[in-house]
Ligand binder design. Structure first.
Ligand code: UT7
Length: 330
């Protein structure tokens, strides 16, 4: 069975930078608090004409350029997001239309912060099974539209940002590529980070009452998410290492979901590694949910943090809870 390989990576973030000082004007918070608790200095906000698929198109163009593939070559689109342009259909079909791709399969993955690694696992299986040869996988979010920028909602509005990353996945012609993926979930924690409405739990699923009670906004138990994240990240990274008989010394770089710099620090401490092995760009973009790993991977590659032959581990944790990892030989 042929391995699958990432042959192109690209990303795109909106131009509008929102600094901690900008947020200080809107809510009771400080630059010092945000940096100390999260490591975030600024994030990007999309303008009011931009949806997740619009960011996804530019990230996809960049990934396709690197892989040397054209829109007509793509034979499957997987779009990881919690902020699809419309409630349905998903954002993947909007990419198919906007990029004039053939009438190929296109679907969304709603595994929140783990969405990109879940999507990569799907792409890996489809390539290995011989079903596809040129898969476009996107992680993109315009989620700041679901935030409120006031003191009551400051726990979430300081944390999240908008952005997009994309990869091209093709069959590998040697032993490099995606070595393994591991996916996990624990639905008993679904309400630790969630956005209840609109949804089929409610009849009708959107109403003035839902809006008055702010059930259409995300809610997070930050401490609960933190507590589980610092256990699940090391666990799923170790699972990737063990499956491939690798040690941490063999790995060039771990690219974790950019949830909070303090989470990455705690994971590094628990695993006995330095932050030099744990990629971080959260200071620039905040938490971009499904987009954070492909944006980080794209920047880490451009910075020369890994190259041909290197082992790289991707690791994610987030709403669900879901968590996942991928081991890659570049
Ligand atoms: O992809 C997964 C997504 N989510 C995460 O990874 C989130 C994980 N959790 C976290 O990152 C952290 O829990 C937060 C950054 C969200 C919060 O940090 P914390 O250290 O857990 O703070 P806290 O919620 O315990 O709040 C401590 C204090 C509270 O005040 P009191 O009750 O001690 O007087 C909060 O009201 O800090 C206050 N606070 C703030 N103060 C200034 C909460 N948010 C802010 C803020 N600015 N933005």
């Amino acid at each position: 069975m042929k391995r699958a390989k990432i042959t192109g990576i690209g990303h795109y973030v909106p131009e509008h930078v929102v600094t901690n000082a900008d947020l200080e004007k809107l809510m009771d918070t400080t630059d010092e608090w945000i940096i100390n608790r999260t490591g975030i200095k600024e994030r990007r906000h999309a303008d009011n004409k931009t949806g997740a698929s619009d960011l996804g198109v530019i990230a996809s163009e960049n990934a396709m350029k690197m892989a040397g593939v054209k829109p007509e070559d793509i034979d499957l689109i997987i779009f990881a997001t919690v902020s699809s342009d419309y409630y349905f259909p998903g954002a993947a079909v909007l990419i198919q239309k906007k990029m004039s791709m053939k009438n190929i399969g296109a679907f969304d993955v709603r595994a929140a912060c783990s969405g990109f690694v879940y999507g990569l696992s799907i792409a890996d299986q489809f390539i290995r099974a011989g079903m596809n040869e040129n898969i476009l996988l996107i992680g993109a979010e315009v989620q700041t539209v679901a935030l409120k920028f006031d003191t009551e909602h400051r726990d979430l509005s300081i944390l999240f940002g908008d952005g997009a990353g994309a990869v091209i996945v093709q069959p590998s012609n040697n032993s490099s590529g995606i070595l393994s993926t591991h996916l996990h979930s624990q639905g008993e924690h679904a309400k630790s980070l969630w956005m209840p409405a609109p949804g089929s739990h409610f009849h009708p699923w959107i109403s003035h009452e839902i809006i008055d009670n702010e059930l259409h906004l995300p809610v997070m138990n930050g401490k609960e998410v933190f507590k589980h994240a610092i256990v699940r990240f090391p666990e799923v990274i170790q699972e990737a290492l063990d499956t491939n008989n690798l040690s941490l010394e063999d790995v060039a770089l771990i690219i974790p979901h950019q949830a909070n710099y303090r989470i990455s620090q705690a994971v590094a401490r628990r695993m006995g590694i330095g932050m030099d092995k744990m990629y971080s760009n959260i200071h620039k973009y905040g938490n971009t949910t499904a987009a954070s790993i492909p944006i980080a991977m794209s920047e880490a590659y451009a910075e020369g943090r890994f190259s041909e032959g290197d082992y790289v581990i991707l690791a994610a944790f987030g709403s669900g809870f879901t968590w996942a990892s991928a081991a890659i030989r570049w």
